[in-house]
Design a protein around this ligand. Structure first.
Ligand code: AMP
Ligand code: MG
Length: 489
């Protein structure tokens, strides 16, 4: 008697079942020589998936899309989007597929999605492919954000396809197996509004409520409550980005989730010296998505979401607009509350005191004026709380000016020892600094896995100093200010 092999994934594909009109059935392109480059064992376990089975030749064929695992959906999802402010009515998964959904060990529904799996009907001029390097980069960024406690899509695996991908040079191709609490985007609503009208938007909104914002169902106006809930999760998310110095780089409406997870790690990067005008993306010439603009852009994107929901909010467009506008306006307060709370924690400030806001803004002005490394500073400051003031002081050129601020801060601390311990829990030592990422990727794409896996290990535990890892905590060497990231990945 033979025992039937257990399916790789226990799929239950609600998106495909419930939202016809928002996807097309599609198969991945055949990868000629798939090779498993990275497998996320911890995430596999969380998904209730057998990591060993995924590492077998059959598992790898499934991960790269060469064979459809039992129960898979395999669809390209449709969405629209405002890209750098201009509306594109039909974007969609041009080089990606939703494989299906699984319930993880906590009962949470998670999407399994392939990126770099070949052209789809949404590919427009694109080749449908992804180079291995940017897929490894997305893997590392997602894991780093996750370890920092920031809601994010993650990566289950990266598979090299054995294909070449033509960019400025020929590059090895890769497929990222992405895991998300869903791939519903602001752009999904925009697509439904433009191509389907109120009924499709209603179906999508009901689906989003059931999947992510269940409390909205009980509200007097569920669709307004859905909007409010998305405003809240995005205000919280963007505050968290700002607190760690993360710059997404391409905050188009198709790259903003309804769940409140960070998605689409393209030209993103962590800021080195504190400067609100920081931009890394080579295509962001106007600085639309600069660090300091992110909260405003998020609110702008949420206004685009609100527009799609207006017909559901009220039959009278005047009433709907007024209600939605009020919720939209609340973004600023919500963001400010999350951010201030986070900044207080970063500075070890217990409770609220009248001068806190000024203490924070004065500090940021100094970090900016003196080009101080953002991540290093906060970590060094917790040493100050323990009485070792040199690490923080030494980051400033004009130390007497900083000393005046540090004195005010010391006086504000309630219990310095306790403050330094709490500060160490929220101020990371290790973030995916650009120069380290570049070095790890260069080795990784050339076939030397060791530097990349070490880097992943460093990023997986960002809050505890570990001996021997000093270079991972250090700012970029002087002269690397012109760092650029590329969107054409
Ligand atoms: P992104 O800027 O990466 O969020 O992508 C924006 C849109 O372009 C999405 O619809 C992608 O599916 C599509 N896209 C990006 N790169 C490619 C590619 N190489 N081939 C096909 N479509 C792509
Ligand atoms: Mg995208």
């Amino acid at each position: 008697m033979t025992v039937a092999a257990r399916p790789l994934f226990a799929f239950d594909n609600s998106y495909v079942r419930e939202l016809p009109g928002l996807y097309v059935d599609w198969q991945a392109r055949h990868a000629p020589a798939p090779r498993l480059v990275l497998l996320n064992d911890a995430l596999a376990e969380e998904l209730g998936v057998d990591a060993e089975a995924l590492s077998t030749p059959e598992g790898i064929e499934a991960l790269v899309g060469n064979t459809a695992p039992e129960g898979a959906a395999s669809v390209a999802q449709a969405y629209a989007g405002h890209q750098f402010g201009g509306f594109v009515p039909r974007l969609g998964d041009g080089r990606a597929l939703l494989l299906g959904e699984v319930l993880d060990v906590h009962g949470q529904r998670r999407d399994l999605h392939l990126k770099g799996s070949g052209r789809t009907p949404f590919a427009r001029g694109g080749d449908g492919l992804a180079p291995l390097g940017p897929m490894l980069r997305e893997y590392a960024m997602g894991e780093a954000m996750h370890a920092l406690g920031i809601p994010t899509t993650r990566a289950l695996a990266v598979v090299a396809t054995g294909d070449d991908v033509a960019r400025e040079t020929m590059l090895p191709g890769g497929v990222l197996v992405r895991v998300a609490s869903s791939h519903l985007r602001v752009g999904t609503f925009q697509y439904a509004a433009v191509h389907g009208g109120p009924d499709l938007v209603r179906g999508l909104a009901d689906y989003a409520i059931a999947r992510h914002h269940v409390a909205a169902r009980e509200a007097p106006n569920p669709y307004l409550a859905l909007f409010e809930s998305v405003v809240e999760v995005q205000a919280s998310l963007i505050a968290r980005w700002m607190l760690v110095g993360f710059i997404h780089g391409v905050m188009n409406t198709d790259n903003m989730t309804i769940s409140g997870e960070t998605i689409d790690y393209g030209p993103c990067a962590f800021m080195d010296a504190y400067d609100p005008a920081t931009v890394f993306s080579s295509i962001d010439e106007g600085g639309r998505y600069a660090y300091g603009n992110q909260p405003g852009i998020a609110q702008w994107n949420l206004a685009r979401l609100a527009e799609t929901l207006l017909p559901l909010i009220d039959d009278s467009s005047e009433v709907a607009i007024e209600a939605a506008t009020e919720v939209l306006r609340s973004f600023a307060d919500r963001y400010q509350r999350h951010w201030t709370e986070g900044m207080r924690a970063k500075l070890g400030l217990v409770g609220e005191q009248p001068g806190d806001g000024e203490l924070i803004t004065d500090l940021l002005a100094q970090l900016h004026a003196q080009h101080v490394d953002y991540t290093s500073f906060f970590r060094a400051l917790s040493a100050s709380a323990r009485g070792d003031t040199e690490p923080a002081r030494s980051l400033f050129l004009d130390r007497p000016v900083f000393d005046v601020w540090a004195q005010r801060w010391q006086e504000r601390l309630v219990e310095p020892e306790a403050a330094s311990a709490t500060m160490d829990r929220v101020n990371p030592v290790y973030v995916p600094r650009n120069h380290l990422m570049e070095a790890a990727l260069a080795a990784g794409t050339a076939g030397d896995r060791e530097p990349f896996t070490t880097f992943l290990d460093v990023l997986a535990r960002p809050f505890g100093e570990r001996p021997g890892l000093e270079e991972y905590a250090a700012p970029a060497p002087a002269g690397s200010e012109g760092y650029r990231t590329f969107c054409g990945t």
